[in-house]
Design a binder for this molecule. Structure first.
Ligand SMILES: Cc1cc2nc3c(=O)[nH]c(=O)nc-3n(C[C@H](O)[C@H](O)[C@H](O)COP(=O)(O)OP(=O)(O)OC[C@H]3O[C@@H](n4cnc5c(N)ncnc54)[C@H](O)[C@@H]3O)c2cc1C
Length: 373
């Protein structure tokens, strides 16, 4: 370990944690990333990304060399799949000097002792670090130590059924909608966002791509409570894994598909609903941070700010968090780098969550208009 730099431990090795690790190590600040899962293959569907911002942050350009598979969306934005982006980041993090990946290991708790951060692992071991960065998602453990008075994210009032299906399984290929961008519609109290994305092998060939959908559903509060995804206080504490979606719920959704969605999306959605493992249910969590830092602890990504996918900004904001935090940590003469990170990011992230809440309120109003909720 380079002793001139603080020893930094990152909790969570998904999109935000890996982006920060690459940003930090490529600026000469080594990090250790602790991730409870093994190399992940699932996590979501489509993401719109700013390739220039990623390149600037991780100092490696996803548009050159081993490219990130994308399709053009709007203005300077592109669409990619979650597995493709995760794989691109993980491949680079796995070979970059200065990054130690400690996967299949869970953190049980984090605390500050003076200016040291102490991490307790679920296997009973402890580690001490100069700084711990929480990139551990909407139900963050690090956040509990950073903001103990407000540790949990609130339920935005709706869930998103998210699926990714192979185009080759459809009876007809799907035309590129509006230059490959997102197709968005509201129908009878529900909202659908769909898109055609590169195939698993990065192919853009018609018939070899993937179709993604995000079906916004504001009528699942009871299901989420029954399945333990929401607590009594209305906080999101879990998501509906593919295995947790019952046959009864699948049947109900299948019956709704032809009533709600037009072809060619209807076939893709119906396939995603029917195929085991192809769809998950994400209750949307919103979190407006009171702070981002407490002593040697900091939070980034969804751990720091929970926003609706309607903002299209969750990962984009994590990229900006990573850029600011990594560049601040790399300036060796900077006093209190974590506090500087907080000053730079807190006002923006709070504003973004306010925007997210307005979008959620509009959608909930629309749902109530249909169903009288
Ligand atoms: C339908 C949908 C569409 C979206 N579209 C967009 C979009 O177009 N553009 C955009 O920018 N964003 C979008 N987002 C948001 C984006 O997906 C998230 O902001 C982003 O994936 C969050 O990444 P993260 O790394 O912060 O959190 P997560 O992906 O939740 O990762 C947290 C990681 O921490 C690990 N972890 C948790 N606890 C522990 C522990 N105790 N010990 C060790 N490891 C732990 C987990 O295993 C996980 O790997 C969308 C989200 C949804 C739901």
């Amino acid at each position: 370990m380079d002793t001139q730099h603080p020893a930094i431990l990152v909790v969570g090795g998904s999109l935000a944690g890996l982006t920060f690790a690459l940003a930090s190590a490529s600026r000469g600040v080594p990090v250790r990333v602790v991730e409870r899962a093994e190399r992940r293959t699932l996590g979501g569907d489509n993401l719109n990304v700013d390739l220039a911002a990623i390149a600037r942050t991780v100092i490696c350009d996803p548009r050159t060399g081993a490219k990130l598979p994308v399709v053009r969306a709007f203005r300077d934005r592109h669409l990619t799949t979650w597995p493709a982006l995760y794989g691109w980041l993980r491949d680079r993090a796995g070979t970059m000097p200065g990054i130690t990946l400690d996967e299949n290991r869970a953190v049980a708790s984090v605390r500050a002792e003076g200016d040291r951060a102490i991490v307790a692992f679920e296997d009973g071991m402890e580690a001490s670090a100069n700084a711990v960065i929480g990139a551990d998602g909407y139900h963050s453990i690090v956040r509990r130590a950073v903001a103990p008075e407000q540790p949990l994210a609130s339920y935005a009032g709706y869930l998103v059924w998210r699926g990714l299906v192979d185009e080759s399984a459809l009876s007809v290929p799907v035309a590129w909608p509006t230059d490959g961008g997102l197709w968005i519609t509201l129908q009878q109290g529900y909202r659908l966002v769909a898109a055609v994305l590169p195939g698993r092998d990065g192919s853009r060939e018609i018939g070899q791509r993937q179709v993604t959908f995000a079906w916004f559903d504001g009528r699942r509060d009871d299901l989420l409570r029954r399945t333990g995804c929401l607590d009594a206080g209305g906080h999101v504490i879990g998501t509906l894994t593919a295995a947790a979606i019952s046959a009864e719920v699948r049947e109900e959704l299948s019956a709704l598909v032809p009533r709600l969605w037009p072809e060619p999306w209807a076939e893709a959605v119906a396939l995603g609903v029917r195929t085991p493992g192809a769809m998950r249910g994400a209750p949307i969590a919103e979190y407006r941070p009171v702070r981002l830092v407490a002593g040697p602890l900091a939070i980034i990504g969804d751990a720091a700010h929970g926003v609706s996918p309607m903002t299209g900004s969750g990962y984009a904001t994590a990229v900006d968090d990573a850029f600011v935090l990594a560049t601040t940590l790399a300036q060796r003469d900077t006093a209190e780098p974590l506090k500087r990170y907080e000053r730079a990011r807190l006002p923006y992230t709070r504003g973004l969550v306010d925007h997210s809440r307005r979008l959620s309120a509009e959608f909930n109003h629309y749902v109530a208009g249909w169903f009288g909720r």
